[in-house]
Ligand binder design. Structure first.
Ligand code: NAG
Ligand code: NAG
Ligand code: NAG
Length: 326
């Protein structure tokens, strides 16, 4: 019962404002793009937090249609899919889900907000599908350069412990790479060869293999803005600097920022191009992993997901001013 009531309520709220229409303030010169959210590990689409976020997005930017990505019809199934599954298939499912949602697919573009692993998965959506296309992408505490340790699970969280055990026992096995979600973005710089050979998700999506996928680059370059937030005191996603696409040497703690890495210098993903155009942002958020304050959320919604210029509006003709003497 509970499962469906919450989702139905959320869907009802979303649908009641589900219109891509010109802002009432300003004839048809601006529009409000829909917002797609992909939550993190251990979370699910029907959590209170997700529902509150959807309402917040609607109150900060009126007329925002919010779509929370889900990989199952129930909260528990959706949560399970954050630990177990083949990420390639999960992204395919999301590509179909977004393309089949009429409000999203009829919008000129969508905005995207990714929490933790949801951030690199949304990047995967953009690189592989981007239909409907993403305007602004914002990620919080995401593992763009992978994790080199698995997060410690809460006591009694058996799904998490199960995933952790599988990850430890054989992260590069085909089994783990097709069934354990965090294994598919595991990236330890001391095991780079095994990673390049076996990684089912991250090595591909980061274009780290010999043959680069030009579509990935083209799609990512088409973003209007890509803002990455790192949590300053993050001890859950290791290393935390992965949130900003940096690499960390675990032996001596050296952090190599994105701009000094090959992925940037040879521009495998278009990140250098975005950066040169001022479209790539490296931001920090205070506190522990995903300890997001409402203040920062509001600021983010306002700054990145507010109304934009309507691409279809006609340029206003200059008013004819009566000239004295004519
Ligand atoms: C690149 O990615 C696109 C989108 O996923 C895919 O259709 C294409 O086959 C890929 N190309 C190569 C060379 O792998
Ligand atoms: C994950 O799924 C894709 C698409 O079905 C498949 O091609 C790939 O082999 C799977 N990955 C692994 C590691 O089994
Ligand atoms: C990490 O740092 C150590 C000590 O400076 C160095 O020996 C090692 O080669 C570095 N590892 C990588 C993967 O660069």
């Amino acid at each position: 019962m509970h499962v469906f009531t919450v989702w139905a309520a959320l869907a009802a709220v979303a649908h009641s404002v589900a219109v891509i229409r010109p802002s009432p303030l300003d004839d048809d010169s601006t529009i409000q793009l829909p917002l797609v959210i992909w939550h993190g590990l251990g979370d699910d689409f029907e959590r209170d937090g997700m529902q509150e976020l959807a309402s917040l997005a609607e109150s900060v930017n009126p007329d925002t249609y919010v779509h929370i990505i889900r990989l199952a019809d129930t909260g528990s199934g959706d949560r399970q899919a954050t630990f177990f599954g083949n990420v390639t298939e999960q992204i395919e499912t999301v590509c179909e889900q977004l393309a089949a949602e009429p409000i999203l697919s009829s919008a000129p573009a969508i905005n995207a907000l990714g929490f933790s692993q949801g951030g690199q998965f949304l990047r995967g959506y953009i690189e592989r599908c981007n239909n409907p296309p993403v305007h602004n992408l914002v990620t919080f505490g995401s593992q763009h350069n992978g994790i080199s340790e698995f997060q410690s699970c809460a006591l009694g969280d058996w799904l998490c412990h199960g995933a952790e055990a599988l990850l430890r026992s054989g992260r590069w096995t085909t089994f783990a790479q097709s069934h354990v979600v965090p294994a598919q973005y595991f990236r330890d710089p001391t095991e780079l060869d095994a990673y390049l050979e076996n990684s089912n998700f991250l090595a591909d999506i980061n274009n780290e293999r010999e043959v680069k996928n030009k579509t990935y680059k083209k799609h990512l370059e088409s973003l209007n803005l890509f803002a990455m937030f790192m949590f300053d005191e993050d001890t859950v996603a290791i290393p935390k600097e992965s949130a900003l696409f940096a690499e960390v040497n675990a032996t001596d703690g050296t952090v190599t920022p994105l701009q000094e890495r090959k992925i940037y210098k040879e521009d495998w993903l278009g990140l250098k191009k975005l950066d040169n155009q001022g479209k790539l942002q490296f931001k920090s958020a205070p506190g522990q992993h995903m300890h997001l304050s409402e203040g920062l959320l509001k600021k983010t919604l306002k700054e990145y997901f507010g109304p934009i210029e309507n691409p279809e509006s006609q340029p206003q003709l200059p008013r004819l001013v009566a000239q004295p003497g004519l």
